[in-house]
Design a binder for this molecule. Sequence first.
Ligand SMILES: Nc1ncnc2c1ncn2[C@@H]1O[C@H](COP(=O)(O)OP(=O)(O)O)[C@@H](O)[C@H]1O
Ligand SMILES: [Mg+2]
Length: 481
Amino acid sequence: MFKKLPGDEAQHLVSTTPDTAVVFRPAVLRTPAIVTIIIFTWRLLAGIVRLLWRHPIASAVVTVPCALAWLHGWQWGVALIALVLVGLTAWALVDRPSFARLLGWRLLAWWRLIWVYRRHWQPVMLISGLGRTLKGRDYVPHLVKVTCTSWADLVTVKMLTGQAVKDWSDRIEHLAHGFGATSCRVTIARSGRLLLAFPRRDPLATPLPALLIPAVASVGPVEIGKREDGSPWRLKVHGTHVLVAGATGAGKGSIIWSTIRGLLPAVRAGLVQIWALDPKLMELSFGRALFDYYAADPAACADLLEDAVKVMQERAGRFAGVQRNHIPTVEDPFVLVVVDEVAFLTAYQSDKGLKVRISAALATLTTQGRAVGVGVLAALQDPRKDVLSIRNLFPDKIALRLDESEQVDMVLGDGARDRGALADLISPQPDLGAGIAYARLETSPEPMRARAGYVSDADIRAMVATFTADTLPLPLTEEVA
Ligand SMILES: Nc1ncnc2c1ncn2[C@@H]1O[C@H](COP(=O)(O)OP(=O)(O)O)[C@@H](O)[C@H]1O
Ligand SMILES: [Mg+2]
């Protein structure tokens, strides 16, 4: 039946070792053709059943029109396909979000899996060094699945046994370029599994205008911008301290002002006081009317900080043994100390006495202020240790555009850049990059990319005008949905 059966060649192979006369002749057991045929048929059937079981929808898409065409004529098959296509197009046009959620992203994920990831998987893994060739066999990490969101492909992979997350985070550039993305973010899905995020487009590429002032007075996380996945970026200020680092023109002002803007209703309700320190006299002087205290020259700044320490200590004395957490009230409002360009007060301060007073007050506030309702929001250009030795006392850190790659880990902590916080690669062009930041929150080691809303001078003027006019309600309030 077959001209040649597997094993026929082996039967005629003769091998000898060069120095002896021993001849090896492989033992060959002839398999009857019928056994081979049965095995192959069985494999085919099992394959078909597995295909139907694993991909019921895809199988139906192919078989139903074919069956219809076979039973009733090809016109019926074509008509069915046309009908389904028209139906899907109508759905996509009428209700795009539900179409995308239920079908669109899945179809895209399937296409991206086949066309991008599976096609390039083997070469990218081997060349980047994430796969190995041992004794002629390729060991390549397993591509588990691809899902799509509106902005990125999320690829789940099973690492090779013995690999570490660092092996992957060291190669994010190889992965990004290998799969045609601009960047790659690595997160741990669970033990042995990673989630790689490859952005398809940058949802933060266009500047975001100032957000609407919230309708409700709250000190809860303040909405200050938009995250990469489209959800709001909420910055927690009550119960923590926030350090914002960024080169000149990176948009430190937009984070400070967006926060102040979001707190405005609470300020008006008396639940929050903003104490502003503006050593460069440029950023905050604009909105002096909004602040309970304002200081610009270093001596006044030192006094202001020491006053904040006094408030803190007085509260600590009162709260001791009564309550462990601060709840903002009109009697004991949350005090947010906002410091622009903090290095002007610490590292670059020529008056030794003032420098010591300011550093001591800042260190006291950041170590003990959390629980009694005193928070610090500080902005800084140069994150080197000698510039701000109290850097590590800020639990939450935000890195805007930075000048050097080493500065990223200085701000966000070790390994943040390897995990994808590429703050040094943010565009220096204001419309493309200003206000874009990577934040690392206390609760998660993964850096989060987001863009703050840009509060323009006109916005600040409007805020001051409505705030000082003291007419309720604020005209810019969001409609309560
Ligand atoms: N969130 C933002 N979105 C778009 N553009 C911004 C944003 N923040 C700042 N910019 C632009 O960048 C410029 C510098 O911002 P600024 O806050 O003064 O930087 P920094 O205080 O970090 O030196 C602004 O004049 C503005 O044109
Ligand atoms: Mg500034």
